[in-house]
Design a binder for this molecule. Structure first.
Ligand SMILES: *Cc1c(COP(=O)(O)O)cnc(C)c1O
Length: 396
């Protein structure tokens, strides 16, 4: 008697949405050596490691300067404060982003003004911005969502015309490019996050701001240490938002691999696209759109599921132990804490539809090929089953 051994003996093993362990394992010796170096010196706050990382990130983004801080959220708040944006000022941004995009504006004392999104890229609808500009508008905060830059050229034009600043929320987009220029040099200040699941993730929280302006640099640096100019002289009401030397040391090791990881994320995206197309399920799902002259670095690989079917697909994937996630299930204009801003359901239909249709699939750089195949097989089966059970609408 012969047994047929399945090609993949563990065909139903769980596929995690993200797994950070293999990345660490691939470079644990270098990371631990960097950590030991910091411990040996016992210099934990700012210092040489942070300065070196700042220089390396500036060089990576082709920015003149970079300033480390405690998180991407703090980077946004400090950037706003450094530009004297606060009480009475408005900042135009997207309602379809991580919470910190809008909360940072409120934290700085200003008011977020939302505009709807482009359903193809999930980034801000740049054609909607001009109508949202008022005499109180001081800045635009585009988010390079999921790792793809917002269409910046129309923003540059508006900023010149109305004398506005651009604060890039590039927290998901380190290494992304627009017209050959990297995220972080597309506005007045660029803000990055080193949250562990970002494309360049630390061993905890961390953030960075980039700028070409030396005066702004000095202010960003002051604001991260209590507005201190030295000798306990305080020029502004800053905060304690320093980057730890430990984080910088770890991030410096990981930065050397960032290009490889971005390439791996792009390869995952490419393979997903080819396999879904080949399986003929593009009537049920929509692949991510990459705009011309953009380098998408896929912090998330997000598809759209045919309207009304996302939750079903998600449940089926989860039942098959396949990790997936929704970014973001509730647009920011509908969050309870922003009720006072006066927005209503229905006001940003594209953002609201995206929150119901979007689904992120596993796409971390080390995703094993067998796991990706399992995600595809499973999703393809779900889509085919849906097609059979759904009433087919016939032409009248
Ligand atoms: C992660 C993220 C932030 C906040 O970064 P933290 O480091 O977690 O504070 C802000 N905006 C966007 C779009 C993000 O994805």
């Amino acid at each position: 008697m012969t047994f047929i051994v399945p090609l993949n003996a563990a065909a139903d093993r769980p596929v995690p949405f993200i797994d950070l362990v293999p990345q660490f394992q691939s470079m644990s010796a270098e990371i631990m050596a960097a950590v030991e170096r910091v411990f040996a010196e016992q210099k934990f706050i700012l210092g040489d490691e942070v300065v070196a990382l700042e220089e390396e990130i500036a060089s990576y983004c082709d920015s003149r300067f970079a300033v480390g801080c405690n998180s991407g959220t703090d980077a946004l708040i400090i950037a706003l404060q450094a530009l004297d944006i606060g009480e009475g000022d408005e900042v135009i941004t997207t309602p379809f982003s991580f919470f910190a995009t809008a909360s940072s504006i409120c934290r700085a004392g200003a008011t977020p003004v939302f505009v709807d999104i482009d359903p193809a890229t999930f980034n801000m609808d740049v054609d909607a911005i001009e109508d949202a500009i008022t005499p109180h508008t001081r800045a635009i905060m585009p988010v390079h969502l999921f790792g793809q830059c917002c269409d910046m050229e129309p923003l540059w034009r508006l900023c010149q015309k109305y004398k506005l600043h651009i604060i890039e929320d590039a927290c998901q987009a380190i290494g992304a490019e627009y017209q050959g220029r990297r995220a972080g040099v597309l506005g007045t200040v660029g803000c990055f996050s080193f949250f562990p699941t970002k494309n360049l993730g630390g061993a905890g929280d961390g953030g960075m701001m980039t700028t070409d302006d030396p005066e702004l640099l000095a202010k960003l640096k002051r604001l991260r240490v209590h507005g201190d100019v030295g000798q306990y002289e305080h020029l502004e009401l800053g905060m304690n938002s320093r980057l730890d030397a430990l984080q910088a040391a770890v991030l410096r090791v990981k930065l050397r691999k960032l290009e490889d990881w971005s390439a791996a994320r792009q390869a995952n995206a490419q393979r997903y696209g080819e396999m879904f197309e080949q399986a003929g399920i593009l009537d049920s799902i929509t692949l991510p759109t990459v705009q011309d002259d953009n380098r998408h670095v896929y912090n998330q690989y997000c598809i759209r599921v045919k309207h009304g079917l996302r939750d079903h697909v998600m449940q089926q994937l989860r039942a098959a132990k396949i990790g997936c996630a929704v970014y973001y299930p509730k647009p920011l204009h509908l969050q309870t804490c922003f009720k006072h801003l006066g927005y209503e359901l229905g006001q940003f239909p594209e953002a609201e539809a995206a929150s119901k249709d979007i689904l992120a699939l596993p796409s971390y750089p080390e995703l094993p090929a067998a796991d990706q195949h399992r995600v595809v097989d499973c999703l393809v089966n779900i889509c085919r089953e849906m097609r059979q059970t759904q009433p087919v609408r016939r032409a009248a």
